[in-house]
Design a protein around this ligand. Structure first.
Ligand code: CP
Ligand code: NVA
Length: 306
């Protein structure tokens, strides 16, 4: 089993290529095999943003591993009344075995991890969504039998999901192309990090042209145009993102066997058309299911299983 024994997962770059491969292998095994944690462990979910998939898939994964879950909604804890992160982290550390956090600033997650000795998992920040990308890579591997050498094209906003995809693809030996409107490119620090991991063996390409990016790709991927926390920007963003939609026309430029992924929730008629998300090349439901298997593998690897 992959041995992330007691480690944090704040960014996908916290994993080596080998650790990523081992996690994906374990996740695939866990689709048909039961595994129990060494002892009864408790996972805390501290989510400051909405979540369907991440919340439910972490909860079910932990239950199936024989552990327990506490949903620490900030509104019913002292977090919403301004208790400092440093204090919350040191207290939760004394009760829980592992903590998954969904919040805005990556810096807040890092502060939690600095003050809590227990492992801390990034369940989405404005900067990254590593658990999502574990499931994405697992899904791609299931479809193609391999990851190495494939090209993934992401079309849309260059934020959390795009950032983690760049790191994940580089770690997995895949080429990654990110097509965004001007001014919505991914974080330059993460682009550099992904390029350092890729080490000139694979491509990390940024472009403002979705058609160039889609040509011959094995995977087309998109995400919402206005993320959580950006609701007030939605009206301004829509005209800017109009050409960054996965449509049948864009899909026709990709490889004939290409698959379409979306982290969900989806907005039909915006970043993806109804015909594409419901079409024969869409793998979004398998992708959503794999959140649970990938996170089960992550929890087992961090907490230790039989
Ligand atoms: N993809 C994803 O993280 O979904 P939720 O926001 O529903 O957790
Ligand atoms: N980029 C999206 C991902 C949702 C899973 C957001 O941050 O809202």
């Amino acid at each position: 089993m992959a041995a992330l024994n007691g480690r944090d997962l704040l960014s996908l770059a916290d994993l080596s290529s080998t650790e990523l491969q081992e996690l994906l292998q374990l996740a695939t095994q866990l689709k048909s095999k039961q595994l129990k944690l060494h002892s009864n462990k408790v996972l805390g979910l501290l989510f400051s943003k909405a979540s369907t998939r991440t919340r439910v898939s972490f909860t079910v994964a932990m239950y199936q591993l024989g552990g327990q879950v506490i949903d620490l909604n900030p509104n019913v804890t002292q977090v919403s009344r301004g208790e400092p992160v440093q204090d919350t982290a040191r207290v939760l550390d004394r009760y829980l075995d592992v903590l998954a956090i969904r919040t805005f600033a990556q810096q807040e997650l890092e502060t939690f991890a600095n003050y809590a000795k227990i492992p801390v998992i990034n369940a989405l920040t404005d900067a990254e969504h590593p658990c999502q990308v574990l499931a994405d890579l697992m899904t791609i591997q299931e479809c193609f039998g391999t990851l190495q050498g494939l090209t993934l094209t992401y079309v849309g906003d260059g934020n959390n999901v795009a950032n983690s995809l760049m790191l994940g693809c580089a770690l997995a030996g895949m080429n990654v192309r990110i097509a965004t409107p001007q001014g919505y490119e991914p974080d330059n620090k993460i682009v550099e990090q992904a390029r350092a991991i890729a080490n000139n063996q694979t491509e990390v390409l940024l472009t403002n042209d979705p058609e160039i990016a889609a040509k011959g790709a094995a995977v087309l991927y998109t995400d919402v145009w206005a993320s959580m926390g950006q609701e007030s920007e939605a009206d301004d963003r829509f005209p800017i993102f109009q050409d960054y939609q996965i449509s049948e026309q864009l899909l026709s430029l990709a490889d004939r066997e290409a698959i379409v992924l979306h982290c969900l929730p989806a907005h039909r008629g915006e970043e993806i058309t109804e015909a594409v998300i419901e079409g024969s090349q869409s793998r979004v439901w398998d992708q959503a299911e794999n959140r649970m298997h990938a996170q089960k593998a992550l929890l087992a690897s961090i907490l230790g299983a039989e």
